[in-house]
Design a protein around this ligand. Structure first.
Ligand SMILES: [Zn+2]
Length: 386
């Protein structure tokens, strides 16, 4: 039980003005189940943005569970998006590979508003394999998987979700095997290895990452799912991969989602950057995925925004909810009118084929103006798919 959650529940429960006819939970779940909803859901990935919005720095939240949770609830109470994204950064998932005394040496911070980034933990593929074979991650778990405040924070948000009567879902996010493989080594390093190292070594590395991630899913079953979490975001890597890498090494992420779908009914797949068409096709086939947070067209096939959104919506007709818009860049640097236009073009290109969820292709930059975040939510509220 947490005081901060109880204070917010007391302040909000039964006192918030309804948005539309459905609850936030019903709206997002409906879109994920490909059903018509009263409004187009808007659930921008605000994880780090919320911290800045609430006036905290990442140094502060790193040590303070209550501040992290408070930032997320405050943001939701004031913006009323259709989901609460827990605050998560890749550091949470890499920390267990590094001893507590050495973690600070691996931190990278652009500025105080930014995520806590991690320098690669390994330089060579042999080191990477050795690190995982030695099960380094089990030595520094400190009782719970993802260390530091990740677990208590998500438990607090789920307590809020339940005590509010599931009016709004909390999205818990975790990296997939390819994302962990990139985080330990660096994304470009991994691509390089797929080209210059023996394929058997790359398979060994990715298999070890998969083993670690499958074990991690036991934590997600025991803690988030047991505390009511139903919406789970898979943060995938592989966004710098080409067709040959997907053909050779794509199966590890698929095996991850195979297990995740036995735990969570609503799986959102986050695949940001330049999206290879082949990857989007796979995500339409892998069972268990309900919605795909996609991003930009691949370098070789630049298209107009509407045409790109329509192409993805046609691909996902009868299969997936399409989540996008505006791009994180336009969200951060565009005018209110540009944000609105991009969201409208996405919704109008998508709704003839499948359900839409307004959600930039990657997390909202912490420097994004509040007015632009409000704009993307407000404009979604003007569409009535029914
Ligand atoms: Zn992303």
């Amino acid at each position: 039980m947490s005081q901060i959650v109880d204070d917010w529940v007391q302040q909000l429960k039964g006192r918030i003005t309804p948005v539309g006819e459905m609850s936030h939970w019903e709206r997002l779940a409906g879109a994920f189940q490909l059903q018509r909803t009263d409004l187009v859901p808007a659930a921008p990935q605000l994880d780090a943005w919320q911290i800045a919005y609430a006036g905290h720095t990442h140094d502060e939240v790193q040590r303070d569970v209550d501040k992290t949770t408070e930032a997320c609830i405050k943001t939701w109470a004031e913006l009323r998006s259709d989901a609460i994204w827990m605050y998560v950064d890749i550091a949470h998932h890499i920390e267990s590979f590094v001893s507590p005394e050495k973690r600070a040496q691996h931190f990278v911070r652009q500025d105080s508003a930014d995520y806590l980034q991690y320098k690669p933990v390994v330089q060579t593929i042999d080191q990477a394999i050795e690190l995982l074979e030695s099960r380094a991650y089990l030595r520094h778990l400190e009782g719970t998987r993802p260390v530091t405040h990740y677990t208590p924070h998500l438990v607090q948000l789920l307590e809020f979700q339940e005590k509010m009567g599931r009016v709004v879902p909390v999205i818990v996010g975790a990296p997939t095997p390819t994302r962990i493989a990139e985080a330990l080594a660096d994304a470009h390093q991994l691509v390089k290895w797929t080209l210059v190292e023996p394929a058997s070594k790359v398979h060994r590395y990715l298999q070890l990452c998969l083993d670690e991630r499958l074990q991690a899913l036991d934590f997600y079953r025991a803690i988030p799912a047991k505390n009511g979490c139903e919406f789970f975001c898979c943060f995938s890597g592989a966004n710098a991969w080409g067709p040959s890498q997907f053909a050779e090494f794509g199966q590890y992420d698929q095996q991850f989602v195979e297990k995740a779908r036995t735990i969570f009914p609503y799986i959102l797949w986050h695949h940001c950057g330049r999206n290879l068409w082949l990857a989007l096709e796979q995500l339409g086939e892998w069972e268990g995925i309900r919605a795909v947070q996609y991003d930009l067209p691949y370098y070789s096939d630049d298209q107009q925004w509407s045409a790109w959104c329509e192409r993805v919506a046609r691909l996902y007709a009868g299969k997936r909810c399409a989540a996008n818009s505006p791009t994180p860049f336009v969200a951060c640097h565009g005018s209110r009118a540009e944000v609105e236009s991009m969201v409208c073009r996405f919704i109008e290109a998508t709704l003839p084929y499948t359900t839409a969820c307004v959600m930039p292709g990657c997390e909202v930059d912490p420097r994004t103006p509040v007015d632009n975040v409000r704009a993307m939510i407000d404009i979604a509220r003007s569409y009535h798919p029914r």
